[in-house]
Design a protein around this ligand. Structure first.
Ligand SMILES: [Zn+2]
Length: 253
């Protein structure tokens, strides 16, 4: 009986040991699984974060590239006829920084650049309204400068304080710029982009500031607006140089 008992106990003990071992293995594999999961989560997290940081780096990298690749195009011929300083069209307020170029149309079919410039000048006496523009481009492609770019013009509402304005004359109600006007607009925009280290992302329509239908053709036909910016970039690629040649500023630039 004693022997039998001992044998039984031994058997039980062995069984118990076997069970405990199985439990240990189970626990061990559970720990390993959790560890693997934690490592996987950590790895994925780090991968995602590093990817994010890398993406940011690439962004700032393209920003650097933009500065490095800044190209200058020749200054187009400017007919400088500065307005008299007055509170209706040339307030004489200094601009702190230029962050954009705003394109407009005169909304006045058939009028010349000279007539539009003289209208701005006349406001000092007529007091009819407050309006002006740094530049007016005429139907023959002539460019009249009315206000130095170091001063604000009354053209683009909230963006008067940090943009340069360009008014374009039009032949008819469609508001489409003729070839001569368009060519000068491309050249002047490209020149100003070089001068103020801007890209076509900084070239906007009056419409983009206030929602006003101006310049009409580029609001009616967004594809024409995109095409204009492509034409400016193409012009810069073809004619741009790495050194600014703008040393003939006449104090009006
Ligand atoms: Zn406008």
């Amino acid at each position: 009986m004693t022997d039998k008992n001992t044998a039984y106990r031994k058997k039980r003990k062995r069984r118990k040991t076997k069970g405990a071992k199985r439990q240990e293995i189970l626990e061990a594999s559970l720990i390993v699984s959790v560890a693997v999961l934690v490592v996987a989560i950590l790895f994925f997290g780090i991968h995602t974060i590093s990817k994010h940081i890398k993406g940011k780096g690439e962004e700032s990298g393209s920003g650097t590239e933009r500065t490095e690749r800044q190209l200058y195009t020749p200054r187009p011929d400017l007919d400088v006829q500065l307005l008299t300083i007055n509170e209706y069209s040339r307030p004489g307020i200094a601009v702190n920084e230029i962050n954009g170029i705003v394109i407009h149309y005169t909304a006045n079919p058939g009028t010349t650049a000279q007539q539009n410039r003289d209208y701005f000048e006349g406001l000092k006496d007529s007091h009819k309204t407050k309006v002006s523009s740094h530049f007016v481009i005429g139907l023959d492609g002539e460019i009249i400068q009315c206000i130095p770019t170091a001063e604000i013009a009354y053209a683009s509402n909230d963006r008067n304080k940090d943009t340069i304005s360009i008014e374009c004359c039009i032949e008819d109600e469609t508001g489409r710029f003729n070839d001569a006007t368009y060519r000068s607009l491309v050249e002047l925009t490209a020149f100003l982009m070089g001068k103020y280290n801007l890209t076509t992302d900084d070239v906007i329509r009056h419409y983009d500031v206030t929602g006003k239908i101006c310049p009409k053709y580029f609001v009616d036909f967004p594809a024409a607006w995109d095409r204009f910016k492509e034409d400016v970039n193409d012009y810069i690629k073809k004619n741009g140089v790495t050194e600014s040649e703008d040393n003939t500023d006449q104090g009006a630039g």
